[in-house]
Design a protein around this ligand. Structure first.
Ligand code: FES
Ligand code: FES
Length: 162
């Protein structure tokens, strides 16, 4: 599989969750676990550009596919780690509007925002709220998150599709 543009091989049981492979086997702890049951969206990642709950995806279904996690959004420093001085347009918008507070939902929200923006849908309040309906936030009341996605949608540079 490709993870954030890197070819990755893991030798694990086929039913191991993508979430555990990302966090424990690959050290990509930006993807969070909330409910572990597909209800909260904290574990959202892009699989071939589609938003999925990584807690529900067995790794055997990911072989040969493309995964993007929150670590794959910012630019990279020379050591290959995310360069936080090169945030992508959605991350910057969340910072600007205050769309992130405790941060637990934020990686999943960012990935949901990317999936929404890549869909080309009109960024209305209603459409955005529908797009993030599977991502729960206990802190922000959602308004600042919606504002961030609107801001990103109107930014000159659009985020990558996958
Ligand atoms: S941890 Fe996957 S949906 Fe909640
Ligand atoms: S910012 Fe805390 S759960 Fe969303």
């Amino acid at each position: 599989m490709l993870v954030n543009g890197d070819a990755v091989e893991v030798d694990v049981p086929g039913m191991r969750r993508l979430l555990d492979v990302l966090r424990e086997d690959l050290g990509l702890s930006g993807t969070k676990e909330g409910c572990g049951e597909g209800e909260c969206g904290a574990c959202s990642v892009l699989l071939d550009g589609e938003l999925v709950d990584a807690c529900l995806v067995p790794i055997c279904q990911v072989d040969g596919h493309v995964v993007r996690t929150v670590e794959g959004l910012a630019g990279r420093a020379v050591d290959g780690q995310p360069d936080l001085s090169q945030l992508d347009v959605v991350q910057s918008a969340f910072l600007e509007t205050g769309g992130a507070q405790c941060g637990i939902c934020t990686p999943g929200m960012l990935m949901a925002a990317h999936a929404f923006l890549a869909s080309g849908a009109d960024p209305t309040d209603e459409a955005i709220r529908e797009a993030i309906a599977g991502n729960l936030c206990r802190c922000t009341g959602y308004t600042k998150i919606v504002d961030a996605i609107v801001l990103a949608a109107h930014s000159a540079s659009q985020p990558p599709v996958e």
